[in-house]
Design a protein around this ligand. Structure first.
Ligand SMILES: Cc1cc2nc3c(=O)[nH]c(=O)nc-3n(C[C@H](O)[C@H](O)[C@H](O)COP(=O)(O)OP(=O)(O)OC[C@H]3O[C@@H](n4cnc5c(N)ncnc54)[C@H](O)[C@@H]3O)c2cc1C
Length: 224
């Protein structure tokens, strides 16, 4: 039987912050206004006071104040990564739908597992199985089967996009589980490390302690 020819694009996992940067810049000041309501100490607010105040909240474990503000991020990864991501429940997710997207028309995009190096015999093995699955998907579509049923033969390597919104407390929680935990799987760990890097740059006050651990010698990633 002649092997079906199919065009497959291998793409990189990625992270994009969707919340406007100008909003994020305001977050420390807003957190201070919210948090000082508890102590009725608004008279202590100055142009420079927000950073110290927010650090004090985090140090004292008063993280419920962080729940008032959220950040939205677009993650691009494979379907096995997204299964792990959506286990985090204090969240809003909007994910690319395999019911509504027809990959025979849109084209197939997949993520290469990190341990399978390009150009090696194992890469060829992996690619040929992925190609075969995608070709069979196209065959089912041609036979009149809907994308929502044809998708059952798509590989886990299929690219997906998940727009994810967590409040700041939940971001800190997820970073501890998925970015700083060496046992987290390589793809979600790499994506969360990228997200932590970007969120630290945008709102250093809220993520500084976690970022410091991430770049410290003890948690240097073994992979990715
Ligand atoms: C290294 C690793 C390996 C894993 N392996 C597996 C596996 O093999 N199989 C598997 O099924 N899962 C696995 N998971 C997923 C894991 O069990 C959790 O479902 C996932 O990490 C979600 O995190 P979370 O439970 O902290 O809660 P989140 O949903 O992120 O919620 C945040 C926090 O809110 C609180 N919270 C949320 N919901 C409730 C609730 N209903 N009741 C009380 N408190 C609540 C908890 O304090 C929780 O920590 C793994 C996760 C990691 C990091």
């Amino acid at each position: 039987v002649e092997k079906p020819k199919i065009d497959i694009q291998i793409i990189q996992p990625s992270v994009q912050i969707l919340t406007p940067e100008a909003w994020l810049l305001e977050y420390p000041r807003l957190l201070e206004i919210i948090g000082r309501t508890c102590y009725k100490s608004e008279n202590h607010i100055t142009d420079q006071s927000a950073e110290k105040f927010v650090q004090m909240l985090i140090r004292n474990g008063h993280e419920s104040v962080l729940e008032h503000l959220a950040v939205t991020v677009r993650f691009v990864g494979d379907r096995s990564m997204s299964h792990q991501l959506v286990r985090h429940r204090i969240a809003a997710y909007s994910q690319e739908s395999q019911r509504y997207v027809n990959y025979s028309q849109k084209g197939f995009q997949v993520i290469r597992p990190l341990s399978i190096e390009m150009g090696t015999p194992n890469f060829q093995r992996w690619l040929s199985l992925v190609e075969e699955a995608c070709a069979r998907y196209s065959g089912l579509i041609e036979a009149g089967i809907k994308p929502e049923d044809a998708r059952s033969v798509l590989p886990n390597a299929t690219k997906t996009e998940v727009v994810t919104t967590y409040n700041l407390r939940q971001w800190r929680h997820v970073f501890k589980e998925r970015a700083l935990n060496p046992r987290a799987q390589w793809q979600i760990r790499g994506l969360m490390r990228m997200a932590l890097d970007k969120l630290f740059t945008a709102i250093p006050t809220v993520f500084e302690d976690l970022y410091t651990i991430m770049v410290g010698p003890l948690t240097k990633p073994k992979i990715w």
